[in-house]
Design a protein around this ligand. Structure first.
Ligand SMILES: Nc1nc2c(ncn2[C@@H]2O[C@H](COP(=O)(O)OP(=O)(O)O)[C@@H](O)[C@H]2O)c(=O)[nH]1
Ligand SMILES: [Mg+2]
Length: 277
């Protein structure tokens, strides 16, 4: 039986930990089980149970206080993650102790370079695949920053860059939709299923003065459009259905339900209900 993992990624403050907490809650409603692994060495507060915590392996404060290393917060975080990459046995021991078809959420740190060019996440993905995992990358982008087409294009490209780097099934999620104004909510569909060219044209009227960059941006948008490379699903904290839809997409991508054996108690319950009807 395979194991399953969602790698929850995205810039700092995009809502990764909140997403994990919503997912844990939704799993419990569905009577499914998942374990959360915190991979953010700088995280301080969780409102979900953390099953395994990178801070048991290495602490950002210790790295920053080290007289020889003398790292600031950013360098310190990269050091922690590289240390983690060299010590993956720590995570392997934990995972292989769990039941065969167990499901994990990895709450990742917010540094964008981890997803675009540093090797740490890629090493984690390769290890998970060697340990017979099915993995899905979930990349979160804060909807507050998507109000302008140029910011939207930049968010889309971050997600795409992460997908290309990790080479796993990938889902883009637009978070904090509950915070959008009524007017922005009406506009949301335009961003969720965008025709980049249209967005761009609107934007160009306002901001583009330099022909050279205009052409470059146009070509980038055209490629993303042509190959339907990035589509966002909305996440609204006040709407349970939004997390349900996201999970359905992930389940399909990882072929989750097809592997699940029919549990005897479920089968009996269904039969009893049928008999009563
Ligand atoms: N209203 C609202 N706030 C959110 C949502 N997601 C995250 N936040 C808030 O945004 C801040 C950052 O969220 P967090 O999950 O810690 O982001 P992380 O750094 O990516 O883990 C916190 O204050 C959250 O309460 C959301 O969907 N709706
Ligand atoms: Mg967090």
């Amino acid at each position: 039986m395979p194991r399953y993992a969602q790698l929850v990624m995205g810039p700092a403050g995009s809502g990764k930990s909140t997403y994990c907490s919503m997912m844990v809650e939704h799993f419990s409603v569905l009577k499914r089980k998942c374990y959360v692994v915190n991979l953010d060495p700088a995280a301080e507060y969780f409102d979900y149970p953390v099953e395994l915590d990178i801070r048991e392996l290495i602490h950002l404060d210790d790295v920053m206080e080290d007289e020889e290393l003398r790292f600031g917060p950013n360098g310190g975080l990269v050091f922690c993650m590289e240390y983690f990459a060299k010590n993956m046995d720590w995570i392997k021991e934990f995972i292989t102790d769990m039941e065969e078809d167990s499901y994990f959420l990895f709450d990742c740190p917010g540094q964008i370079e981890l997803y675009t060019h540093l090797p740490v996440m890629k090493t984690l993905v390769e290890n998970l695949q060697n340990w017979d995992f099915r993995t899905c990358g979930v990349f979160l982008v804060d909807s507050q920053f998507l109000g302008e087409p140029s910011k939207f294009i930049s968010g889309t490209l971050s997600s795409l860059s992460c997908m290309i780097n990790l080479e796993i099934t990938h889902l883009s999620v637009m978070t904090k939709v509950d915070l959008l104004s009524k007017h922005s909510k009406r506009d949301l569909q335009k961003f969720l299923d965008p025709e980049m060219q249209n967005l761009l044209l609107a934007d160009m009227c306002d901001t583009y003065h330099d022909k050279k960059y205009q052409k470059l941006t146009e070509s980038l948008c055209q490629i993303i459009d042509d190959y339907s490379m990035v589509r966002f699903l909305p996440l609204d904290r006040s709407d349970e259905e939004s997390i349900n839809i996201i999970l359905q997409h992930i389940d399909t991508a990882m072929q989750f339900s097809e592997d699940q054996p029919v549990r005897v108690e479920d089968y009996n319950e269904d039969n009893e209900r049928d008999a009563e009807d």
